[in-house]
Design a protein around this ligand. Structure first.
Ligand code: C2E
Ligand code: CA
Ligand code: CA
Length: 810
C-alpha cells in the first residue's frame, strides 16, 4: 500500500464520521424546526391521495434526473421542487417529510444502491430541506389565512429555499472529504443559480391552478410534463451537437500527428476527458498482435466489467482488422457507470481513431520501407545517411567513424549455393555484426554484399579494435542450411575528423579504404589521402610521380630469394621505391595505385624492368648468375604489347629470358581473362617465368591453375607470418606447397620473419623463401655488398663441388 492510499483512506474514514455528524445535525435541525415552526397547517387541505401523489412525484423526479455533461462539467437537473410546491400547498410538514424521505430513498436505494450512511445522509438532507421550507413559509405568510397571491409567493420563496439548503449541505458534505467548502459551494452554485430559479418557477406555475381548484390539478401536471419533455428534447439535441463537435475536435486533434505514439497519447487524453473516465488505457497492436504503442491514464480505482458498465472496453478496428483496444474506467461523478450513450460515443471515437491509426501505420510502414533494407531489416543507404548526418551534426564522442564492410567472396557463394543461401548469408552476417555493435551504433546494408556501420568511440584505437573484431569474426563459418559457409570481409574505415564531413563523404572515403584493403588483403584499411583519387594532394602526387618517372628518380630495391634447404641465394625480387622529396618514402601500393589510374603504370613497369634487368646483368658480370623477379600490375597484363616490351628489355640487358620472373597476382589474372591469358601465353613463349603472387587470397580454381603456364607459387605472407601460431594457416601453407608441387611448380614462401618459421617451412618442403628474417629489400649497392658477404660465407661452408655462384632452381 502506498502512502498516498493510506492518506486518502484516512481522509475517507474521517470524512465518513464528519458526514455522520452532519447527518445528526440535520436531523436535529429538522426536529427543532418542525416542533417550533410557526407553520399552522397546510393552507389547503389535501386528502390522503394528495400525499400519495406528492410521494409519487418525488419518486418520479428522483428516478428521471436529467444530466447534462460536457468534458469536466456536469449538471444534474431534478424537478423535485414540483412535488415540494404541491406539498407546501396541500400537506403538513410531517406528511410531506415522510412522503419525500420514503419515496426518494426508495428510488435512490433501488437505482444506485448507496451505502447506509449515504442513505442516512440523503434522508436527513431531504427532511431538513422541507423543514426549512415549511418554517420559512410559516414566517412569511399565515398559511391558514392568506390570499392566493401571497401564498403563491410564499411557496415560491420556500421552494427556492430547498434549492439553497440542498446546495449548502451538499457542499458541506463534500468538504468533509477534504475539499474546500467555499470552492465546492461556488461550484455547486453555478448549477443552482441556473437551475434553481427555473425549476422553482416551474413548480410555482404547476401548483397555482390546483390552488384555485384542485380539479385543475391535471393542467398543472400537464404543464410540467410539457416543459420536462421540451427540456429533455433540448438536452438530447444539445448533447448530440456537443457529441458531433467532440468527435470533430477529436478527429482533428489526433489527425495532427502521424506518429502512432503521439496519436495514442492524444487520443487517450481526449477520449478520457470526453467520456469522463478518470482512468483508462489505449493499446495499439500490429497484425501479429504485438503491442506497438500504448498509453495509460490515471489509476483504476473501481472494479467491475463491461456488463455493469463500470468500464468500457472498446475494440479499435477497421475493415482491415483489429488495431487495438480502448479501455475506460472510473466514470467521473455524479454517475459511476457509463451508459449506452457513452458507449455509443466511445465507439464513434474508436472508429475515428481506427482510421487515423491506420493512416499513421501505413505512413510508418512506408517510411520504414524507404529507410530500411527489406532482407536484413537494417537501415538502407538513405536511412544510414539520415542517421549519420543527424549524429554528425551533434557534438559526439572523440572518434566517430564510418566503416564499409564488403564480403570478399559473395558472388562465388551465390553462384555455388544459390541465391537463397546467399540471402541467408547476408542475414546471418548482419546478425553477427549487430552482436558486436553497441546499441547506439548504426548498421546498414547498401544492397548486394555491402554493409556500412557508423560508430562513436572514445578513441580511434577503440574503433580499430571493433573493426578488427568484425573482420576476424567473419572468418568463422556461418551455418546455413546444411552448409558451412565462410565469408571473409574487407573493411574500410574513415574517421570523421573535420566537422564539416557528411555521411556521403565519409562513405566515399571508407569505400576507398575498403578497396585498398581488398587489394592488399589486409582485412581492413583506414582511409589516407594517398589512397584517394579526388583530393588535391592526390593530383599533386600524380604530377610529382610523373616528374619522378621522367627524371628516373624512382629506385628499385632487391630482396633476396633463397633456397630454404641450402640457404643459397637463387635470385631477388625487385621492389620499386620512391623517396619523395618532401614526403619521404611512400608505400608502393599507394603510388602504384596512382600510376594505374593515371596511365603511368606502363612507364613505371618499363623503368622497373629496365633497372632490374640491368642490375641482374651486372650481378651476372660479377659472377652471380641470379634470377630477378619483377612485379606486374593487373593493367600490364591487359596490354597486348607487354611481351614485346619485355623482350626488348631483355635484349637491351643482354639477359636470357629465363632469368626473369614476372610476378602476377591471382586477381590480376581475372581482370580481362581472355586478354590476360593471351599475354601470359606470349610471355611463356618468350621463355620468361611466371610467378603467382599472393597465392591463397584470391579466387583460383584448380582447373584454372592447371591451364596457367606458371613456374612458381608464392604463398601469401599473411599465411606465412602466422604459420607457427595459427594451425589453420599451417594447413593452408602445407596444402599450397603440395598443390604447387603437384602442378609442377616451385613454391616460395614470402614474409619469413624469423628462423623458426624458415625451419618449419623447410620441414613442410617449401622450396624458396623470402622475408625480413632473411634480408630486407636493399638498394642495389647494398644488395651487391650483402651478396658478397653471404656468398663468401656460403662458400666457406659449402662442400668442394658446390657451384661457384648460387643459381636459380632448374
Ligand atoms: P608483394 O609483391 O607481395 O611484395 C612483397 C612486399 O612484402 C614488399 O612490400 C616487401 O617489402 C614486403 N616484405 C618482404 N619481406 C617481408 C616480411 O618479412 N614481412 C613483411 N611484413 N613484409 C615483407 P613493398 O615493397 O611495400 O611492396 C608492396 C607491394 O607493392 C608489393 O607486394 C607489390 O604488390 C607492389 N609492388 C612493389 N614494387 C612493385 C613494382 O615494381 N611494380 C608493381 N606493379 N608492383 C610493385
Ligand atoms: Ca611480389
Ligand atoms: Ca606477395
Amino acid at each position: 500500500m502506498t502512502s498516498e492510499e493510506t492518506t486518502s483512506a484516512d481522509l475517507a474514514g474521517h470524512g465518513v464520521s464528519r458526514v455522520g455528524a452532519l447527518t445528526v445535525a440535520l436531523v436535529a435541525l429538522t426536529v427543532a424546526l418542525v416542533v417550533w415552526s410557526p407553520h399552522r397547517g397546510p393552507p389547503l387541505d389535501g386528502s390522503w391521495w394528495m400525499a400519495v401523489l406528492v410521494g409519487g412525484g418525488y419518486a418520479a423526479t428522483e428516478r428521471y434526473v436529467f444530466h447534462i455533461e460536457q468534458r469536466d462539467n456536469a449538471m444534474t437537473f431534478s424537478i423535485s421542487e414540483v412535488p415540494t410546491a404541491f406539498a407546501l400547498a396541500f400537506l403538513g410538514p410531517i406528511a410531506a417529510i415522510a412522503a419525500r424521505v420514503v419515496a426518494s430513498l426508495a428510488v435512490i436505494g433501488w437505482t444506485e444502491r448507496p451505502t447506509a450512511y449515504k442513505q442516512a445522509f440523503n434522508g436527513a438532507l431531504f427532511a431538513a430541506e422541507l423543514a426549512v421550507a415549511y418554517a420559512l413559509l410559516g414566517w412569511i405568510v399565515d398559511t391558514r389565512d392568506a390570499d392566493e397571491i401571497r401564498l403563491v409567493i410564499g411557496i415560491l420563496v420556500a421552494t427556492l429555499a430547498t434549492v439553497v439548503v440542498g446546495a449548502v449541505v451538499v457542499s458541506a458534505a463534500i468538504a468533509c472529504f477534504g475539499h474546500g467548502f467555499v470552492e465546492t459551494l461556488a461550484e455547486e452554485s453555478r448549477t443552482t443559480l441556473v437551475s434553481g430559479p427555473i425549476v422553482t418557477i416551474v413548480a410555482a406555475l404547476s401548483v397555482t391552478p390546483s390552488m384555485l381548484d384542485v380539479r385543475l390539478l391535471p393542467l398543472g401536471i400537464a404543464a410540467v410534463a410539457a416543459i420536462w419533455m421540451l427540456l429533455m428534447l433540448y438536452g438530447r439535441l444539445s448533447q448530440r451537437h456537443r457529441d458531433l463537435r467532440a468527435i470533430h475536435d477529436f478527429t482533428r486533434s489526433i489527425g495532427r500527428s502521424l506518429l502512432v505514439d503521439e496519436i495514442v497519447t492524444n487520443a487517450l487524453a481526449s477520449t478520457s476527458s470526453e467520456l469522463r473516465a478518470m482512468s483508462g488505457s489505449l493499446v495499439v497492436v500490429d497484425e501479429t498482435g504485438a503491442v506497438i504503442a500504448e498509453a495509460h491514464h490515471g489509476r483504476r480505482v473501481r472494479d467491475g466489467d463491461d456488463d455493469g458498465m463500470r468500464a468500457m472496453h472498446i475494440p479499435i478496428r477497421d475493415v482491415v482488422g483489429e488495431l487495438g483496444e480502448l479501455r475506460l474506467h472510473d466514470r467521473r461523478p455524479p454517475l459511476d457507470r457509463f451508459d449506452a450513450d457513452d458507449r455509443h460515443r466511445a465507439e464513434l471515437l474508436a472508429d475515428r481513431l481506427a482510421t487515423t491509426l491506420r493512416n499513421a501505420m501505413l505512413h510508418a510502414d512506408l517510411e520504414h520501407a524507404a529507410l530500411h533494407d527489406p532482407l536484413t531489416g537494417e537501415l538502407n543507404r538513405r536511412g544510414f545517411d539520415a542517421r549519420v548526418d543527424a549524429d554528425l551534426a551533434d557534438e559526439g564522442r572523440a572518434a566517430r567513424a564510418v566503416v564499409i564492410l564488403d564480403l570478399d567472396r559473395f558472388k562465388e557463394i551465390n553462384d555455388t549455393f544459390g541465391h537463397h543461401v546467399g540471402d541467408e548469408v547476408l542475414v546471418e552476417f548482419a546478425r553477427r555484426v549487430r552482436q558486436l555493435l553497441g546499441p547506439d551504433d548504426v548498421l546498414a546494408r547498401f544492397g548486394g554484399d555491402e554493409f556500412a556501420i557508423y560508430v562513436g568511440r572514445e578513441s580511434e584505437r577503440d574503433v580499430r579494435v571493433l573493426v578488427e573484431g568484425i573482420v576476424s569474426r567473419s572468418h568463422q563459418a556461418l551455418h546455413i542450411e546444411h552448409y558451412d559457409v565462410v565469408v571473409a570481409v574487407s573493411a574500410g574505415v574513415s574517421f570523421a575528423s573535420a566537422h564539416d564531413l557528411r555521411s556521403e563523404q565519409l562513405l566515399r572515403r571508407a569505400d576507398i579504404a575498403m578497396y585498398a584493403a581488398k587489394r592488399t588483403h589486409v582485412g581492413y584499411e583506414t582511409y589516407r589521402w594517398e589512397m584517394d583519387r579526388r583530393t588535391p594532394e592526390r593530383l599533386e602526387l600524380l604530377g610529382e610521380l610523373r616528374d619522378a618517372l621522367d627524371s628516373e628518380a624512382l629506385e628499385v630495391h632487391f630482396q633476396p630469394k633463397v633456397d630454404i634447404a641450402s640457404g643459397m641465394v637463387v635470385g631477388a625480387e625487385a621492389l620499386v621505391r620512391w623517396d619523395h622529396p618532401t614526403r619521404g618514402w611512400i608505400s608502393p601500393p599507394d603510388f602504384i595505385l596512382v600510376a594505374e589510374e593515371s596511365g603511368l603504370i606502363r612507364q613505371l613497369t618499363d623503368q622497373v624492368l629496365r633497372m632490374s634487368l640491368r642490375t641482374a646483368a651486372a650481378w651476372r658480370r660479377a659472377g652471380h648468375d641470379l634470377g630477378v623477379a619483377v612485379n606486374l600490375s593487373a593493367l600490364d597484363l591487359v596490354d597486348d604489347r607487354l611481351a614485346l616490351r619485355v623482350a626488348g628489355h631483355l635484349a637491351d640487358a643482354d639477359l636470357p629470358a629465363d632469368r626473369l620472373t614476372l610476378e602476377v597476382t591471382e586477381s590480376s589474372l581475372l581482370v580481362d581473362t581472355p586478354r590476360t591469358m593471351a599475354t601470359v601465353e606470349q610471355l611463356g613463349e618468350l621463355g620468361v617465368k611466371l610467378s603467382l603472387d599472393d597465392f591463397g587470397t584470391g579466387y583460383s580454381s584448380l582447373s584454372y591453375l592447371r591451364r596457367l603456364p606458371a613456374h612458381e607459387l608464392k604463398v601469401d605472407r599473411s599465411f606465412v607470418s602466422t604459420l607457427l601460431v595459427d594451425h589453420q594457416d599451417e594447413v593452408i601453407v602445407r596444402s599450397t606447397i603440395d598443390l604447387g608441387h603437384h602442378l609442377g611448380m616451385e613454391v616460395v614462401a614470402e614474409g619469413i620473419e624469423d628462423v623458426s618459421t624458415a625451419e618449419r617451412l623447410r620441414e613442410l618442403g617449401c622450396d624458396l623463401g623470402q622475408g625480413y628474417g632473411i634480408a630486407r629489400p636493399m638498394h642495389p649497392d647494398g644488395f651487391a655488398a650483402w651478396l658478397e658477404s653471404t656468398h663468401r660465407s656460403i662458400r666457406a661452408t659449402a662442400v668442394a663441388d658446390a657451384p661457384t655462384a648460387p643459381v636459380s632452381g632448374a
